[in-house]
Design a protein around this ligand. Sequence first.
Ligand code: PLP
Length: 392
Amino acid sequence: MVALGALLAYVRSMKTACYLDHNATSVIRPVALDAMMTVAAEGGNPSSVHTAGRRSRSHLDDARRAVADLVGRRPKEVVFTSGGTEADRLALSQGWSRVLISAVEHDAIRFGSSDADHVPVSGDGVIDLDALESMLSEATKSDGRILISVMWANNETGVVQPIAEVRDITARYGARLHVDAVQGVGRLDPAQLDGVDMITVSAHKIGGPPGVGAFIVPEGLPLVPLITGGGQELNRRSGTENLPGIAGFGAAATEVSAAWRDEVARIQRLRDRIELAITDTAPEAEIMGRGATRLANTSNIALPGVAAETQVMALDLDGVQVSAGSACSSGKVKESHVLAAMRPGPDGVALPIAGQAIRVSLGWSTTDADVERFIAAWTRMRNRLSAAANAA
Ligand code: PLP
């Protein structure tokens, strides 16, 4: 009964909510929900040798294959984790003597490597490859094991990093490359990840459940586990597997592998409609990162003079859910380090625009009606708040 009630609430919310925050967490796909409930109801531990254990093991193997396919890797390379954050931590915790990260990485990387060197980005948020190369060549003079960690696509702006070029530079200097692919998976061609050493993936950005992710690492690359114990995941991550979550991840991955190209084409049309309407209505608005290659689902829209938090709240009151790219777990909005890196002001003080942009992120469940509702709500908000900001 509880499950039925939850399902009805889910279906109702799909019909009524204008949810445009898929980069924070996407809407769970029905196939994922179904797989989770089936596997949770069955029970069983994949390490047990009896019938229930073997059935669980086969669900685990299926999900591993599905996640491997999603990133074009082999199943043995997939280590299930509690999410993208843990996978990022695994990459960072391998005893590197030096770590270089882009200046726009997610907090999971930034705060996981406090002494990392930050590689600057352009005004559109793309990593400066010349700076990367010179920092790397400097680092290799003294340091032994060097890690470069660069995200595939940015969670706030959707800007896609030139992973193939970063990989070539990294390889030239004998360093290792980790790519936080959390926002790119299911939205970009996995072939772009060819030759990358380590990859982070998270289930809830592709319509799977939160609290499950994967670290993708070649078998030949020794991995020091963060969590030791029962030796699960080939001794690379101990703890009884979160099988319902992993099954949901696997089901979402299977659907995404089959559907992503069509989904991306449909979503791009919707996102472009939003950007056209906004730039037509409001010449003062700026689409951040627009000059770069971006994810088809993301639009980071700055409205000069109006705090991001105020915009998010005004839209929410009007029934539209988006976020400031920089919301933190307390729900407060802080200035965006991503936008600050793209627009560094004089003396390293971020320009006001770093706190005046919202992130609109679409997903598999977004409809034409959602987009029209957003445009109408954004226009009302802009007319009211921009006028107030100008009068002040
Ligand atoms: N990396 C990026 C780029 C993200 O956007 C996120 C989540 O927002 C994470 C890592 C963390 O993933 P998780 O929420 O699964 O821990």
